[in-house]
Design a binder for this molecule. Structure first.
Ligand code: URA
Length: 433
């Protein structure tokens, strides 16, 4: 069938067959189908949707569009994905933690996107750290160290790289079948035995309502399971940032504290829950509690931190920076943001904090731009905490007065104070498996 006929079919509410989807994706990657036709098709999918079969066929066609990776290891290979949030440094803790418990994990990660941070940018706060690993070296490191974290490669699911760029420019990002196929195609192109997904919901997340987050989570779990992967998802709150640090080197420091079993409670809770899911899948724990106890032990006895040190050293990073975080980039200036009224913190807007960190220079405004690893926001108070009038609620780490001026009002506005303490809200909203 001609491309124009397939666009018309989807535009009119028809369903595309497996062969038609395969033809479209292969033609697009070979540059036989021009961007304008693919953009029209994306809009038709955005408006008409796709059923489960179509979404699975799309995901598999995208996963097949580039190299497939298989690890040469004798053990359970785990993988993890987060739909992105503010202060989300879970991968920095979880990857070495589960590797220290005997699982293997080769994690391809992204850079910051919009107001959300990226694992690779955080790791690049470490002097010398190299995230651009050739796939052969990535595989070797997973076999020899048990864990590697590298930047997503355009060799893996290249169809997604091309489609994502078009979606970004055609207002077709927020379509569930397109998001699910984008995320899962990259995961399915890399072999793993079990995958845990952290689908965030709230002000600072891609999904703002619990219904949409659950729909996305169910769709991705279904895609993973139909493709033969053990897959589970947690729906987790992203109304306020995770942990207390937002910004690249600041988040790395907080991850190091968590690896020394001194991290903030929410970061530890989420990391242990996600890790316990993987231990259950691997048969290394019979219950979630047993899994969490095992992992907590790895934080306490130093083996998780030692695994991160091994990973960083292998990827060219200066391991001294992990022992002495003073060697990590530090901002020249610090400014306290103070409470403008007494009471309890009712809300702490993750989106506003993410945007403020971005304004300080922690994120990019153009592709490939250098960012400032040192800047960010340290949250001294979080939802439920009591504050007195004028008490500091946040510390802004900055390198430029102009940027500070832009960010400061956003940080101030991110805090809502009320007379009564807010009802506590669960961090982990739902588990889908
Ligand atoms: N992350 C992805 O990789 N793809 C999407 O479409 C959205 C978030």
């Amino acid at each position: 069938m001609r491309t124009i006929d397939l666009i018309q079919k989807k535009r009119d509410g028809g369903r595309l067959t497996r062969e038609e989807i395969a033809q479209l994706i292969a033609g697009f990657v070979r540059e036989e189908i021009p961007d304008y036709q693919m953009s029209a098709l994306l809009m038709a999918i955005y408006l008409r949707g796709m059923d489960r079969e179509e979404t699975l066929d799309l995901t598999e066609a995208m996963a097949r569009s580039g190299r497939r990776l298989k690890f040469d290891v004798d053990g359970f290979v785990a993988d993890k994905h987060s739909s992105g949030g503010v202060g989300d440094k879970v991968s920095l803790v979880l990857v070495p933690l589960i590797a220290s418990a005997g699982l293997f994990i080769g994690k391809l990660s992204g850079r910051g996107l919009g107001h959300t941070g990226g694992t690779i940018d955080k790791l690049e706060s470490i002097p010398g750290f190299c995230a651009a690993l050739p796939l052969a070296e990535f595989k070797r490191q997973v076999a020899e160290v048990g864990a590697a974290i590298a930047e997503s490669s355009s060799e893996i699911a290249p169809a997604d790289h091309k489609l994502y760029a078009l979606r970004d420019a055609t207002a077709t990002v927020s379509s569930l079948p397109l998001i699910a196929s984008s995320i899962m195609s990259k995961k399915l192109a890399i072999d793993s035995d079990g995958l845990v997904l952290d689908v965030k919901v709230g002000r600072g997340a891609l999904m703002e309502t619990e219904e949409r987050a659950e729909e996305l989570a169910r769709l991705m779990v279904d895609l993973g399971q139909r493709a033969g992967r053990k897959t589970a998802a947690l729906i987790t709150a992203m109304d306020q940032p995770l942990g207390r640090m937002v910004g690249n080197a600041l988040e790395l420091r907080e991850a190091l504290s968590a690896l020394e079993d001194q991290g903030p409670q929410d970061l530890e809770e989420l990391t242990l829950e996600l890790g316990a899911e993987l231990l259950l899948m691997a048969g290394q724990a019979h219950t979630r509690d047993e899994g969490k106890t095992k992992l907590r032990q790895k934080l306490r006895d130093g083996s998780a931190l030692a695994k991160l040190q091994e990973l960083v050293a292998r990827q060219g990073g200066d391991p001294r920076a992990l022992e002495d975080p003073e060697l990590l980039p530090q901002a020249r200036g610090r400014l306290e943001v103070k409470a403008r009224q007494p009471g309890y913190i009712k809300e702490l807007d993750a989106l506003a904090i993410g945007e403020a960190a971005h304004l300080l220079g922690a994120g990019r405004t153009a592709k490939g731009q250098a960012l400032d690893h040192a800047v960010g926001i340290e949250l001294l108070k979080k939802v439920g905490d009591h504050v007195a009038l004028g008490e500091p609620v946040a510390l802004v780490h900055y390198n430029s007065e102009e940027r500070l001026a832009l960010a400061k009002s956003k940080v101030e506005a991110a805090f809502t104070v009320g007379a009564e303490p807010p009802a506590p809200e669960a961090l982990i909203r739902k588990r889908i498996a």
